[in-house]
Design a protein around this ligand. Structure first.
Ligand SMILES: [Zn+2]
Length: 193
């Protein structure tokens, strides 16, 4: 059973390596990730956010399984970027935290889908923004890292609250120690990357 980890869980800072193959277990993980994402009305979710060190993320900009398109991007690469646009972002690992983030307006994305086929897209709008946000997750980069000083100040209290909550959950024994998390991620990666 997967669950979404919240800031400042260490897996959110893990830089994932490319997957070597797509198999039934990855498909099952992706299904569970879609359930979790739709359950929280999210538009994107990266594997790091469910405590897995895999280079994949999912997106549906409609946040609804009956609408829009559910994308799975495996081993993605962002190519040519152009323009800059700022808009408010949130993240399922940061409940109730929203702040404006500057992103490229248009991007080229290549990736693999669940069938193991290479796909290429020229993206703009919300889909381009969501892809850049999720792509950052795979490198251990979070949207709070890209805020202006003013933006960061505006979420400072909310971040402190999340940090306190995380420490409380960890004291209850519900989150393993740093070394245990690192060892588990390394073991999973050694099997698949
Ligand atoms: Zn996020």
């Amino acid at each position: 059973m997967l669950q979404i980890v919240k800031y400042p869980h260490p897996t959110l800072r893990h830089k994932s390596k490319p997957l070597q193959r797509v198999d039934g277990e990855i498909k099952k993980i992706v299904d569970e990730m879609f359930d979790l994402m739709y359950g929280q009305n999210g538009i994107g979710l990266a594997a790091n956010q469910v405590d897995l060190p895999y280079r994949l993320f999912i997106i549906n900009t409609e946040a609804d399984p009956q609408k829009g398109q559910g994308y799975v991007f495996i081993n993605p690469l962002i190519g040519r970027r152009s323009g800059t646009v700022e808009a408010e972002e949130g993240c399922l690992s940061f409940p109730d935290v929203y702040a404006p983030v500057k992103r490229s307006e248009k991007i080229h994305l290549s990736a693999y889908n669940l069938a193991g086929e290479e796909v290429n897209y020229q993206l703009d709008g919300l889909l381009a923004r969501a892809v850049q946000h999720e792509y950052d997750h795979l490198d251990g980069v979070l949207f709070i890292d890209r805020l202006s000083p003013t933006g960061l100040l505006s979420v400072k209290q909310a971040l402190s609250d999340l940090e306190l909550e995380f420490q409380a959950v960890r004291r209850r024994g519900a989150i393993p120690a740093e070394e245990q998390i690192a060892a588990r991620l390394a073991e999973l990666e050694s099997l698949r990357t």
